[in-house]
Design a protein around this ligand. Structure first.
Ligand code: PHE
Length: 451
């Protein structure tokens, strides 16, 4: 099995999985739809209370096994073998999540292309909205871009963990940080930036409902890639000297910062440009950003060109590091567990996801009226992943480590055999035994009207 060759490579890969469209596209979308600052506050609380502890839980389970998720659960379960069925979770969730995530990846790639041919120049805000509408509802155009990004994802995963993923993220992650920082600066210089910041940071709790809380929890899990065994899968490749505690905290901090920065890029723009609304939904980032570049650099079209291209390339990078982690969830199972060839599984899984992605993409246009529980295919997949599978998976993993596994095994794994001393260990243990399961179950009960 190919482990990560360096500690920093493994951490970057996990951070690469976490930081993605979830931060730059989904976070502003959800924040906009749930009224801003109050949602953010609850989201940050869930990051700390649930996200980080569950992330550490996944890391511990994955690294203890060193092979694949099924094996990790089997090894730690002390003979309660049915726990090994948890190994199927990343496979099921991997197919579902990649199939709709890749749709937004496709949009992103298309926007990078439009930026590259200077297609944003000289248009009005309404034209940007219309252009996105036309593109995303088309039955054929998005599919080309989705297929392209699927191909990129597949190629990187087929190359293997060390050669493909580690090398990729090592180059891509640092560029991403620089780009986001520059764009924050640009957005803060927009005329009505203050209104956007008020929306982002001045909470109005009257807007908080049960669904706000569930959405904030879903967003925290989605953003950190936790609850469905993705980080568990990566942790199987971690070396034994990685400090899991420190790394989970670091990844969560980076992830939250990037999400907040994405908010600071998007909302000042939404309020500075007439005709845009914060609750536009999944289209928000795509209709807002072209405006940002034009507004900030009004006169200097070359600068607008360079920056919009840079931003969309950055989004593609962020999307790719996450989509490869999703495909890896599926491939690891078939390759490590069943011994199938990496390249064969990568291609086969990508084809299946692509077929499902066609449905998800069409749900914005031709299939808009085909709904289940009032949701189109894209919306339904997102709901099932972020609001059902992730929380349920998180509860199961917390219960497993907190109640099923021998405490000495857990302590040994977290502290690297006693080498790491941390006062946070009992806090984390208390959270995964009591706080996280109770909290998640209560939020569920509220959602389905039991309380
Ligand atoms: N965390 C990723 C993002 O923010 C999405 C993701 C979820 C990736 C689950 C892998 C597993 O975009």
């Amino acid at each position: 099995m190919s482990g990560f060759s360096s500690k920093i490579g493994a951490i970057l890969a996990a951070a690469g999985s976490a930081v993605g469209l979830g931060n730059i596209w989904r976070f502003p979308t959800e924040t906009g739809m749930h009224g801003g600052a109050a949602f953010i506050l609850i989201y940050v609380l869930f990051m700390l209370l649930l996200g980080v502890p569950v992330m550490l839980t996944e890391f511990v389970i994955g690294r203890h096994g060193q092979k694949d998720v099924t094996d990790s659960f089997r090894k730690m379960s002390g003979g309660r073998n049915w726990w090994q069925w948890m190994g199927l979770m990343p496979v099921v969730a991997g197919f579902l999540i990649l199939s709709y995530y890749v749709v937004v990846c496709g949009w992103t790639l298309y926007y990078a292309f439009v930026a590259g041919i200077d297609g944003f120049a000289g248009k009005t805000a309404t034209e940007y909205v219309q252009d996105f509408q036309d593109f995303s509802t088309s039955s054929s155009e998005p599919l080309i871009w989705i297929a392209l990004i699927m191909l990129m994802t597949c190629s990187i995963v087929a190359l293997g963990v060390q050669k493909g993923i580690e090398r990729g993220v090592k180059i891509m992650m640092p560029i991403l940080f620089i780009c986001v920082a520059v764009l924050v600066f640009c957005s803060l210089n927009l005329p009505d930036a203050e209104k956007g910041l008020t929306f982002l940071f001045y909470p109005d709790f009257s807007k908080v409902t049960g669904s706000t809380v569930l959405s904030a929890m879903g967003q925290a899990f989605f953003s950190l890639s936790v609850g469905i065994g993705c980080l568990c899968t990566y942790a199987c490749y971690f070396r034994k000297d990685v400090n899991l505690f420190k790394d989970s905290l670091m990844i969560a901090t980076i992830d939250t910062l990037i999400a907040l920065m994405a908010g600071v890029i998007i909302f000042p723009a939404v309020y500075s440009i007439p005709g845009l609304e914060p609750d536009a939904g999944p289209s928000l980032v795509f209709i807002t950003l072209p405006n940002v570049f034009q507004q900030v650099f009004g006169g200097a079209s070359e600068v607008a060109y360079v920056f919009s291209l840079l931003f969309y390339l950055l989004l593609v990078v962020a999307a790719l590091t996450s989509s490869i982690s999703m495909l890896e969830m599926i491939v690891a199972f078939f390759h490590e567990r069943l011994g199938w060839r990496r390249s064969v599984v990568s291609v086969a899984a990508s084809v299946v996801c692509m077929l499902l992605a066609v449905g998800c993409s069409l749900s914005f246009g031709a299939w808009a009226d085909k709904t289940l529980f009032g949701m189109g295919m894209f919306e339904l997949f997102d709901y099932v992943v972020a609001k059902v599978l992730m929380p349920v998976g998180a509860v199961l993993m917390c219960v497993f480590l907190g109640w099923v596994v021998d405490e000495r095994v857990v302590r040994d794994e977290v502290t690297n055999g006693g080498q790491i001393k941390t006062v946070l260990y009992p806090v984390w243990r208390f959270i995964i035994r009591y706080v996280a399961p109770v909290c998640i179950v209560l939020i569920f009960a509220k959602e389905i009207g039991l309380i």
